[in-house]
Design a protein around this ligand. Structure first.
Ligand SMILES: Cc1ncc(COP(=O)(O)O)c(C=O)c1O
Length: 396
């Protein structure tokens, strides 16, 4: 009987995969190696890499690599326990101080990944048992999957507001005047669209409606805000929790939340992703600390990155491509169908560029796209070569 039940699982999974294949939505893994100059090796060939999130080129920065090597030699490859047991390496304290200072918040807490942080922090913040009342979560329609999963894990009511439509959010908040706790969730720079949320207006709305605002700064950290510490540094008030990651512009892995001390204390008691997960390896912590130390010195790299993005956006628009509302280092080229996005991505590979096709369910139906992400290590010539390769024929 057990065997038969097992077969049902396999059969259903196989049906699911076949369906994804038929819809051109099937995902596969490819070995890839990242090189220092905005290049990557893929299927044995070297490409200009417009697919990663290494916005400052820090993944191969000598200061980070040296710090990681030293920590590896001194402290080995892992901390072997959760932070609340024996995994709280001394570098955590340093990193949390640097993050809190950079974000203008009294406290910070480091997690092992952004996915884990979003899932478990939101579940803990929106816990109706702790709050002693029902909870309603208002999330931007284009929020990252991990944010929505956090809302689902919290078992709170989830309401999605139209992307960056604060009037819609205000209407929804006003409709929920009954006794409930309200949590608003947004990204500050949207990872698939490259546009930004109006954080000042969101913080004001949150204040007026006694809501907590949770801001995901995965794509803003390193690139925007004072010394690159993100856009939420300008709205550092007790009713804001700012989350960000170390695996994108900061080059390594892990995540943080910057928040009020009470939020930090509470998360240490109640947040499963903190309590029940092994701490980060010392080498990763050392590279995070090194990245945070050099972050304030990288203004020229940030300016170069954003200027590069502006010139690419203008060139793409001049060629008739739709880059949506992007104003950042992330540029979508909106194409509609998954087939078109895949064909364009494959064509660009023949021209020497890695640019991923992003398809549903990562993005809404009929908004399949190429997602271009630039890095400060890219050059004007890289961008010019890309624009030259992107002819009208490629659109067909
Ligand atoms: C907006 C956003 N939040 C969270 C995450 C998850 O972060 P991590 O890769 O550290 O798990 C990502 C990364 O994919 C992201 O784009």
């Amino acid at each position: 009987l057990k065997k038969v039940v097992g077969m049902v699982f396999l059969e259903r999974m196989s049906d699911f995969c076949r369906d994804r294949q038929a819809k051109q939505l099937f995902r596969t893994l490819q070995d890839t190696r990242i090189f220092p100059d905005g290049r990557a090796e893929y299927e044995g060939r070297k490409f200009i890499n417009f697919a990663g999130n290494d916005y400052l080129g820090l993944s191969r920065h000598p200061a980070l690599v040296t710090a990681a090597q030293a920590a590896l030699s001194e402290d080995g490859v892992g901390v072997t326990a959760s932070r609340l047991v024996t995994g709280n390496h001394p570098l955590y304290g340093k990193i949390e101080q640097l993050i809190a200072k950079g974000k203008n918040q009294p406290a910070a807490l480091v997690f092992s990944s952004g996915y884990l942080a979003n899932l478990s922090v939101i579940a803990a913040l929106a816990d109706k048992v702790m709050l002693q009342m029902p909870v309603v979560i208002f999330a931007d329609r284009l929020c990252h999957y991990s944010l929505l999963q956090g809302a689902q894990l919290a078992q709170a009511r989830l309401i999605r507001f139209r992307h960056n439509d604060l009037q819609h959010l205000e209407d929804l908040l006003t409709q929920h005047t009954q006794d409930c706790a309200k949590l608003i969730i947004t990204e500050s720079v949207f990872g698939m669209d490259g546009d930004r949320a109006d954080l000042e207006a969101l913080a004001q709305l949150a204040k007026e409606h006694a809501a907590l605002l949770y801001v995901d700064e995965a794509h803003a950290t390193g690139v925007f805000g004072p010394h690159g510490f993100g856009l939420a540094a300008s709205i550092a008030v007790p009713h804001v929790v700012a989350m960000g990651t170390f695996g994108k512009a900061l080059g390594s892995a892990g995540a943080y939340v910057a928040c009020h001390e009470t939020v930090r204390d509470y998360l240490l008691q109640r947040c499963g992703g903190m309590i029940y997960s092994t701490g980060l390896p010392p080498s990763t912590l050392a590279s995070i600390a090194a990245a945070l130390e050099i972050l304030p010195t990288l203004d020229a790299q940030r300016a170069h990155l954003l200027r590069l993005a502006d010139s690419l956006r203008q060139a793409l628009k001049a060629k008739g491509f739709d880059c949506g509302q992007s104003t950042t280092q992330i540029l979508p080229i909106l194409l509609g169908s998954a087939e078109r996005a895949l064909a364009m991505s494959q064509y660009l590979r023949t021209q020497g560029f890695l640019v991923p096709a992003i398809r549903p369910p990562t993005v809404p139906p009929q908004t399949s796209r190429l997602r271009l992400s630039l890095s400060a290590v890219h050059t004007d010539e890289d961008v010019a070569r890309f624009v030259a390769a992107l002819t009208k024929d490629a659109q067909a």
